[in-house]
Design a protein around this ligand. Structure first.
Ligand code: IPE
Ligand code: IPE
Ligand code: MG
Length: 244
């Protein structure tokens, strides 16, 4: 067992971990391989990390798979990523289902192909009664787009006279986000060395503990996850108050 895995306090596990899975392209290029090779390897890491979360008793895992800005990439890479996503849902859903994983996709799926939307719908439907781990996959997700969508929905309710402007509060906005069923993330991990949020869960991460690593996503494993959780367990979460 790894050093950090041994050090973890099982009573203080984060309920919800969010991950920016970054560095697939650089991982592949370092090996003289095309970027898509890195994305393919990244899918293997997802499998590993899902299993690690189940093992560690983490209840929710939200992973950033494709951002609203990732459409800017070359068409070939975008198409390759979409193919990988469909393949993931089609090939892995049965096994994830057996392991008690509930799959949910957050983001604007309307913009995806029919094929992708059908694969997602099948995976969500098949796993909807599972409760061991919630695996939330952010696809065509952007934090700003999510908030714009929430504002429009609330504006419509105001227009219809169902909501008064003064009644709008945190909770009402949270209820219009893709993540309405989930508690806010406790810990956000970004691999690949960049220290930014890149439009991920900008509302929900308000009080998350942030943890960054140089490790590229394809090299991330249960020991790196344990290292992040160990760091989390040693933070003092004050939420604006004073030391407990
Ligand atoms: C994966 O890493 C993130 C996705 C958008 C799928 P990248 O593709 O951003 O890899 P780097 O950052 O270029 O190395
Ligand atoms: C964030 O990574 C998006 C995903 C992991 C899906 P990017 O590689 O797109 O972010 P930037 O461009 O470095 O900010
Ligand atoms: Mg990147």
């Amino acid at each position: 067992m790894g050093k950090y895995l041994e050090l973890l306090n099982r009573e203080k596990m984060p309920h919800h971990v969010a991950v920016i899975m970054d560095g697939n392209g650089r991982w592949a290029q370092k090996r003289g391989m095309p970027r898509l090779f890195g994305h393919r390897q990244g899918v293997e890491t997802v499998e590993r990390v899902v299993r690690a979360c189940v093992k560690l008793g983490i209840a929710q895992l939200t992973i950033y798979a494709f951002s609203t800005e990732n459409w800017k990439r070359p068409q070939e890479e975008v198409a390759g990523l979409m193919r990988l996503l469909v393949e993931y849902f089609d090939k892995k859903t049965d096994q994830l289902n057996e392991e008690g994983v509930r799959i949910q996709v957050i983001g604007d799926v309307e913009a995806l192909s029919d094929l992708a939307r059908q694969s997602i719908a099948r995976a969500e439907e098949k796993t909807k009664n599972n409760d061991r781990l919630g695996l939330n996959i952010a696809i065509n997700y952007g934090g700003r787009a999510e908030i714009v969508r929430a504002v429009k929905r609330i504006a419509r309710q105001v227009q219809d006279g169902v909501v008064a402007p003064d009644d709008i509060d945190d909770e009402m906005i949270s209820q219009q986000l893709y993540t309405k069923e989930f508690a806010d993330p406790d810990l956000m991990i970004r691999t690949g060395g960049e220290m930014r949020i890149s439009n991920f869960l900008i509302w929900q991460l308000s009080y998350a503990e942030l943890w960054f690593t140089e490790t590229y996503w394809p090299d991330f494993d249960i020991e790196t996850l344990a290292q992040a959780v160990y760091a989390y367990q040693n933070r003092d979460r004050r939420f604006g108050g004073l030391k407990s």
